[in-house]
Design a protein around this ligand. Structure first.
Ligand SMILES: Cc1cc2nc3c(=O)[nH]c(=O)nc-3n(C[C@H](O)[C@H](O)[C@H](O)COP(=O)(O)OP(=O)(O)OC[C@H]3O[C@@H](n4cnc5c(N)ncnc54)[C@H](O)[C@@H]3O)c2cc1C
Length: 511
């Protein structure tokens, strides 16, 4: 209630200030000095210092703009944060990114982190899936939801004979013509059968999107599968043909990967936090203002007014790099239709629980990077990883770290539980799965509330509508994980594109 009153007051001040300033425009200086002797750049505020906002601020700074990055919290990084405990490196948010999406690796290289880039540890690049209470190897020769050959399908122990036969029928299953969106569950059930959905697709997808596959948009998340059905009449046939064309057998998987140097997933030796630190360090001194929540944003033809804790300020342009529901809140007074459009994107929460154990406390061979847990198994976690195995250098000899992922759209209440309860659930779940005895030496619980956008069926249309309504604000760009991909490199690419579009709109001028 108090917060609402404060926000309402801030918005009222802002509206009054915006009205005054639109008539006689001048910028109220923030504490950021101009830094380029060559460009009398306009002043751009970036709101939210997660990876999207940091990448945007960095790109603006590199382009010569004067940038101020406003962050509500006490640190930069948003959901990305690396903890160092007892000689172990623990990730409380993402622990890596897909190397086949170039924006992530390119940014790391540009920041001088090339020699920090690492892939998953060689020799353990395999995962498990829980199958009727036992961990079995995830089928090899699969590309996410589909086998790349009948041989790969025949070998897997995850599916029953009946399930395998149904999956193999995909090769001759009639194609559905048209480009109408459908849920991932509907697509997988239609083409591969219910067992493939429950045992393979659902757990694989939950680990990426924390989503309900019955609602997840195929078109927004895996459009290539739709395309394969249209072009080849079968996903398996498409993956086989594409692999054969590349002359590398199981090529579809590798062709999507970052190459032999990294494997499929990439991170930094010093953790994801090193990317955040490098971005912060690349900004001019004072550009990042922590503990500075923006209460409202009011764009107009001549600039953008912001309601900050210390009062209204005026900038020449702004980039909102927030979860869509938060961007909606900031824009509610200025543009109700835009706020409503942003509010149509639903979010789910998720939690990460990190444990440190003595290696001897874990009886599992730890001969893979971790396991995904199908919802049909009725457990309370989405996945866990042997994080000290997954990447080199994460824990001292004799120590093991385990990271548990829980919550998401199918278990929305778990991430809302008190941390001690979440920790107890996570430990209880992995005790028998990984053969853990005794208590952890250290545990940390990080709940990310409403942090994961849900790309529901119709997502592309919702994003198009947001962009249509937002287009009237020439000095404002809205970026973040709600629009063109949830992954770290997607956010970086979105930031690059948002900045490019703002700069090319002609609002920055040089003298
Ligand atoms: C648990 C978890 C695991 C993940 N794992 C992976 C993974 O392994 N690989 C991968 O590629 N991706 C992963 N993702 C997805 C990816 O990490 C996120 O989509 C991405 O980091 C989001 O970045 P962002 O900057 O858009 O948003 P956020 O990180 O949410 O940042 C938004 C920032 O805005 C600030 N803010 C909010 N309101 C205001 C305000 N009013 N004023 C000022 N500042 C404000 C917040 O404090 C926050 O710092 C994961 C996500 C989660 C939650």
């Amino acid at each position: 209630m108090q917060r609402h009153a404060r926000d309402a007051h801030a918005t009222a001040c802002l509206l009054a200030a915006a009205a005054r300033q639109t008539a006689a425009y001048h910028t109220t200086p923030l504490t950021v000095p101009a830094f380029s002797p060559y460009i009398a750049a306009m002043h751009i505020a970036v709101i939210g210092a997660g990876i999207s906002g940091l990448a945007a601020a960095y790109r603006l700074h590199k382009s010569g703009a004067r940038v101020t990055l406003l962050e509500a919290g006490p640190r930069a990084g948003g959901v990305i944060h690396t903890l160092h405990q007892q000689g172990c490196l623990l990730e409380t948010g993402p622990d890596c990114w897909a190397g086949n999406k170039p924006a992530g690796v390119e940014l790391a290289r540009e920041l001088g982190l090339d020699d920090q880039l690492i892939g998953t540890r060689e020799g353990v690049r395999r995962s498990f899936v829980l199958c009727k209470g036992r961990l079995v190897r995830l089928p090899e020769g699969f590309f996410l939801i589909s086998p790349m050959s009948l041989g790969a399908l025949a070998k897997t122990r995850v599916l029953s004979l009946r399930g395998k036969l149904r999956m193999a029928l995909e090769l001759v299953w009639p194609r559905r013509y048209g480009s109408r969106d459908e849920s991932l569950a509907s697509f997988v059930r239609r083409r591969f059968g219910q067992e493939a959905l429950e045992r393979i697709a659902q757990p694989m997808i939950a680990g990426i999107y924390t989503a309900d596959p019955e609602k997840l948009s195929l078109k927004a998340t895996f459009p290539q599968f739709m395309q394969y059905e249209q072009e080849y009449g079968s996903v398996i046939a498409a993956l086989r043909a594409r692999g054969a064309n590349r002359g590398q057998g199981g090529g579809a998987h590798e062709s999507q990967a970052a190459g032999p140097r990294y494997g499929m997933f990439v991170t930094l030796k010093q953790g994801m936090g090193a990317l955040i630190d490098a971005l912060v360090n690349a900004l001019p001194p004072g550009a990042l203002q922590l503990n500075t929540p923006v209460h409202a944003v009011m764009p107009d033809a001549a600039g953008v007014s912001l309601a900050l804790p210390d009062g209204p300020v005026r900038v020449d342009g702004a980039v909102l790099a927030l979860p869509a529901h938060k961007a909606a809140g900031l824009l509610a007074a200025a543009d109700a239709p835009l706020a409503r459009a942003l509010g149509t994107i639903e979010y789910a929460g998720a939690s990460v629980v990190n444990f440190i154990f003595d290696r001897a406390q874990i009886s599992h061979a730890m001969d893979g990077i971790g396991a995904v847990i199908p919802a049909v198994e009725g457990r309370r976690i989405i996945a866990f990883s042997f994080s000290s195995i997954k990447f080199e250098g994460r824990a001292p000899e004799g120590t093991a770290t385990v990271r548990v992922f829980m919550g998401g759209a199918l278990a929305p209440d778990i991430a809302k539980l008190p941390p001690a309860q979440q920790q107890a659930i996570a430990l209880d779940e992995i005790r028998d799965l990984a053969g853990i005895h005794g208590e952890p030496r250290f545990a940390s619980v990080t709940s990310h509330h409403a942090a994961m956008p849900q790309y529901h069926v119709g997502h592309l249309e919702r994003v198009a509508e947001i962009r249509r309504v937002a287009a009237r604000h020439t000095r404002l760009r809205i970026i973040g994980n709600a629009f063109d991909g949830v992954g770290t490199p997607d956010c970086i690419r979105g930031a690059n594109e948002g900045v490019k579009s703002l700069l090319s709109s002609g609002i920055l001028h040089t003298t």
